[in-house]
Design a protein around this ligand. Structure first.
Ligand code: NDP
Ligand code: MG
Length: 389
């Protein structure tokens, strides 16, 4: 039996992971499940999967969780300390699917105990790529990509040498507003930004897809995970979301990965790796699909992409600042305090302000420094937004 834990179990990725695990209950021994405010789901899944412990990130939710688990024999715990404690419990495979930089610390703890970390939480790599990858190396643990593009690249590299890679192309659907006139974007509402043409995901990543901040994070994720140079990474708008990524080799060959837009592909690949096992996902009928389209992203429409390359150029802790500023700007957009296009402006202003402070961005990528920069970037965003509205 493989011991597995799922952080962010109540979310979109978490639920897809549980779907796969629940189909083969005898194969897995579930150690920890974590969630946030969705106590009903967390308690139900913990009981169905007979988890050892269920953790909510929020201490004020503990009484509800205790009540929901009463008599089940499953431990209930809450708060940051409990999350870290749960991540330290021995497990073979740990899904990192908390949303935002809150996923970093539990992921590091899982790596420190030698678990294989299935990484959906791209924010970890953006904010602290070198720290995460070094921690894995130091503890002979492994990070497996779960983001669909990165899983596709990973699969395209099986049996290949990274030195033979010339370029990596990740695709983007273009999100909810890909066909909107540019002038209209400023008025995009929360409801409009929260629906994705192809993928069914959590609200935050769905909005990030419309703004291309998601793709910006993913470009940085490619650099951190695969160790290629920024100029080797390209983004291609591909409205059908069937080709997830392409790896270009030094002989001119392009290896493309295709699959239905269903996250159980990438989750399942990471779950069964190094084996490949049958998955309950739709098979593509290419004859019926007929044609696939590709175009270059319009830089005027997607300033987030330009920012990603600037962040990679700056290096150090700029990824942590970028991600935190983006998270904060997104909070404000969701709260209805700023417009859709303001998000990129705020993030750019935060990066500008922070890069002017000597020694800030260039400091070592440690957990403490990442947390400090994360906090500073959020505060800077608060100040800028406070001054604007
Ligand atoms: P969701 O919003 O659906 O789920 C997020 C999960 O994290 C929930 O379990 C939520 O709990 C929990 N959570 C929220 N805030 C905190 C916090 N501060 N501390 C601890 N736990 C918290 O997100 P997704 O599943 O869409 O995304 C999860 C991660 O996977 C993100 O990093 C995203 O970028 C990445 N990803 C997602 C994809 C997708 O298809 N959804 C595709 C590729 C990557 P609760 O809901 O109970 O409050
Ligand atoms: Mg992705």
């Amino acid at each position: 039996m493989r011991r597995v834990s799922i952080f962010g179990a109540t979310g979109s990725i978490g639920q897809n992971t549980i779907d796969l695990i629940a189909r083969d209950p005898d194969a897995y021994d579930v150690v920890a499940l974590s969630g946030g405010r969705n106590i009903v789901q967390l308690a139900r899944d913990a009981q169905d999967l007979r988890a050892e412990v269920a953790v909510t990130a929020y201490p004020e939710m503990l009484p509800d969780l205790r009540e929901a688990l009463a008599g089940s024999g499953i431990e209930a715990a809450a708060g940051q300390g409990a999350l870290l404690e749960a991540a330290q419990r021995p497990a073979d495979w740990v899904m990192s699917a908390i949303v935002g930089s809150a996923g970093l610390a539990p992921g590091l703890k899982a790596l420190e105990q030698g678990a294989t970390l299935a990484l959906a939480n791209k924010e970890s790599l953006v904010a602290a790529g070198p720290l995460l990858m070094d921690t894995a190396r130091k503890h002979q643990a492994r990070v497996l990509p779960v983001d669909s593009e990165h899983s596709a690249i990973f699969q395209g590299l099986v049996g290949e040498e990274i030195d033979a890679v010339e370029r990596i192309i990740i695709t983007a659907s273009g999100g909810a507003f890909r066909d909107w006139p540019l002038e209209k974007l400023a008025t995009a509402t929360l409801a409009e930004a929260s629906s994705h043409p192809n993928w069914d995901m959590g609200q935050r990543i769905t909005i990030d897809s419309a703004s291309m901040f998601n793709k910006a994070l993913e470009v940085i994720e490619v650099k951190e995970y695969f160790g290629v140079r920024p100029d080797q990474i390209e983004v291609l708008v591909h409205p059908e979301s069937m080709v997830h990524a392409l790896v270009g080799f030094n002989d001119g060959a392009l290896m493309a990965h295709l699959g239905a837009p269903d996250m159980r592909h990438a989750i399942g690949y990471a779950l069964h790796w190094p084996e490949r096992k049958p998955l309950p996902v739709e098979r593509l009928d290419l004859a019926k699909i007929g044609q696939l389209n590709f175009r270059a992203p319009d830089p005027a429409r997607y300033p987030a992409l330009r920012l990603a390359y600037e962040v990679m150029e700056a290096g150090g802790l700029s990824g942590a600042a970028f991600n935190a500023a983006k998270e904060r700007a997104l909070d404000y957009f969701i709260a209805g305090r700023i417009g859709f296009l303001d998000m990129a402006r705020i993030v750019e202003d935060v990066l500008d302000a922070m890069s002017k402070e000597a020694g800030l961005i260039g400091a070592a990528v440690t957990l403490d420094n990442v947390a400090r920069i994360d906090q500073m970037a959020r505060e800077q965003a608060d100040r800028l937004i406070g001054a604007r509205v």
